[in-house]
Design a binder for this molecule. Structure first.
Ligand SMILES: NC(=O)c1ccc[n+]([C@@H]2O[C@H](COP(=O)([O-])OP(=O)(O)OC[C@H]3O[C@@H](n4cnc5c(N)ncnc54)[C@H](O)[C@@H]3O)[C@@H](O)[C@H]2O)c1
Length: 323
């Protein structure tokens, strides 16, 4: 559990989940250290006022630089490692993708070991799994074999292997969370950001077409951030990886929910599914990390549209942001 002297390093903190993680740490009065290659606070500005951001220690740094990682790691007691390049960026530049996602994660584990941290939480992904035809019908079980079909998924699988060896060799425990489609304010890049773009379009009164359909699991970015904080605060004896679970939902159903909440808009989606299973079972996750009760989908969509409307109204966002 967190202690009063606790401080939290968040890598990839200028990203969507990272910004939400800083948000929850600040709101809980916890000491947060932000580490990101980028110093663009545009996502964070949607969540925290400049005054609130003064509680955060900002470090602009590169995960691929061992000395920078080691220096910042020496300042903290808890670690949430989120920095990564997503599917399209790994595909466009595989060597850079491997350097950031794989070598960068090795740097995190090695620095944690060197400064004497005993536990960390980090982001893996549903992309470690193969296409639906690899598995029996229904939810993919928590112990199903990995079979990634993207470089991004291959890199995430490698990271789970790195975690396993650091537990085996050094008893450095870790918890990987594997989100599916994260949605919410700040989700503006990556393959599955389009449902969030549709919510922004609805807030702006614009139509939007989501270029894929099918069924998938949705996770509210605010919840996911809290789940990472809980995972960082709850050492489990081993290198664990968890799917986040939740009921699979059709992308068409999400479009219908958005249209029902904002009838003046027109959100549509394609029929084609993404090459991933429609849902992943969470196994022992809720039992071992029971602290965060996921926000119901309709409530998360409602909050996201209202949050976007507030940002559009006060100028933090413009309709140009619709991807
Ligand atoms: N968003 C999703 O639906 C989803 C789903 C599954 C897994 N994940 C994983 O969760 C994590 C966070 O996702 P997100 O959507 O917030 O990502 P994001 O793309 O919004 O943010 C990633 C952040 O990492 C930073 N970064 C990139 N290279 C860096 C480097 N060399 N050094 C330091 N920082 C660097 C970027 O500047 C960016 O701010 C990632 O590991 C991602 O793979 C996300």
């Amino acid at each position: 559990m967190a202690t009063s002297g606790a401080s939290y390093l968040v890598t990839g903190s200028m990203g969507c989940i990272g910004a939400w993680t800083l948000y929850h740490l600040v709101k809980a009065g916890k000491q947060a250290v932000s580490f990101d290659l980028s110093d663009n606070r545009s996502r964070l500005n949607l969540l925290l006022s400049p005054e609130e951001q003064k509680a955060i220690t900002f470090v602009k740094g590169d995960l691929t630089d061992v000395s920078q990682v080691l220096e910042v790691m020496g300042r903290v007691t808890h670690l949430i490692h989120l920095a990564a390049l997503q599917i399209p960026f790994c595909k466009a530049d595989p060597a850079l993708g491997a350097t950031v996602n794989v070598v960068g994660t090795v740097n995190i584990f090695e620095a944690a070991r060197q400064v004497g941290l005993h536990h960390l939480a980090y982001a893996s992904s549903l992309a470690v799994y193969g296409p639906p035809e690899d598995y029996p019908p229904g939810l993919v079980t928590a112990d199903a074999p990995f079979d990634p079909r993207t470089l991004y998924g291959v890199y995430k699988q490698a990271n789970e292997g790195t975690a396993r060896i650091y537990w085996q060799d050094h008893q450095l425990s870790s918890t990987a969370l594997r989100p599916y489609t994260v949605y919410g304010v700040g989700r503006d890049q990556g393959l599955t950001s389009e449902p969030t773009n549709a919510m922004l379009a609805a807030a702006a009164g614009e139509p939007f077409h989501i270029s894929f359909g099918g069924r998938m699991q949705f996770h509210f970015a605010s919840d996911v951030a809290r789940q990472f904080i809980e995972a960082a605060e709850t050492p489990l004896a081993g290198a664990f990886g968890f799917n986040l679970g939740s009921e699979p939902v059709g992308v068409a159903e999400v479009a219908t929910l958005i249209n029902a909440l904002r009838p003046a808009t027109e959100i549509t989606c394609a029929d084609s599914s993404l090459p991933f299973p429609e849902g992943l079972a969470s196994g022992a996750y809720e039992e071992l990390l029971p602290g965060v009760k996921p926000t119901p989908l309709v409530e998360g969509i409602r909050q996201t549209i209202e949050h976007f409307e507030a940002c559009l109204a006060d100028g933090r966002l413009t309709a140009d942001a619709i991807g």
